[in-house]
Design a binder for this molecule. Structure first.
Ligand code: AMP
Length: 180
């Protein structure tokens, strides 16, 4: 289905002052409950990546999983989960990163990717880029190369997408919002 920017943006709800004062939370859950919107979003990524030589799709806990899982199924690529600490069994490697207040930690399973893998990394939204850079560290530490970072929403004023591009990592997002 042809991607309609206006339609998809009309589904994304902005919730002011959530989860805390001063944050404009961009809620993508209405996309999941709208089959047409879901198809448009997934198809936009399918069209972009169907002829590329990505070998794996990695996605970040938790909203990133929902689109990336469908995309991996459509493109018939292995799906790698980058999860919050303590969720993955077996041997894992982890990476701490800074949040606005405090820190968080992401993990992947040891051996999830290896040298030569060309990974598309997916998350729902790019803000400061801290989450994505932590995921990139975990994937590249195991020898993978990041072919592109994809997101539904970019918040360019928070600088994450520019930082990624400055690190020679291509970035693709379906829409952007000014401010934070
Ligand atoms: P960052 O690490 O600053 O790039 O933040 C990105 C992560 O935090 C993503 O996984 C988003 O799900 C979440 N996030 C950050 N800011 C927002 C926002 N304004 N609305 C919705 N999710 C957000």
């Amino acid at each position: 289905m042809l991607y309609d920017d206006f339609y998809v943006k009309s589904l994304i709800q902005t919730v002011e002052d959530w989860p805390k004062q001063g944050i404009s939370f961009r809620d993508i859950t209405p996309i999941f409950s709208d089959p047409k919107g879901m198809r448009m979003v997934v198809d936009a990524y399918v069209h972009r990546y169907i002829s590329t030589n990505i070998s794996h799709i990695a996605c970040i806990d938790a909203r990133g999983f929902l689109i990336a899982a469908v995309l991996a199924y459509e493109l018939q690529k292995p799906l790698i989960l980058v999860r919050k600490k303590g969720k993955l069994p077996g041997k894992t490697i982890s990476q701490k990163y800074a949040l606005e207040y405090g820190e968080a930690e992401l993990e992947i399973q040891e051996g999830a990717v290896s040298a030569g893998d060309e990974v598309l990394l997916f998350d729902d939204l790019i803000a400061t880029g801290g989450t994505l850079f932590a995921a990139i560290e975990l994937l590249t530490k195991q020898g993978a190369k990041i072919k592109e970072v994809a997101a539904i929403i970019d918040l360019p004023d928070l600088g994450g997408s520019q930082k990624l591009r400055d690190s020679d990592i291509p970035v693709f997002s379906l829409c952007a919002y000014n401010g934070d």
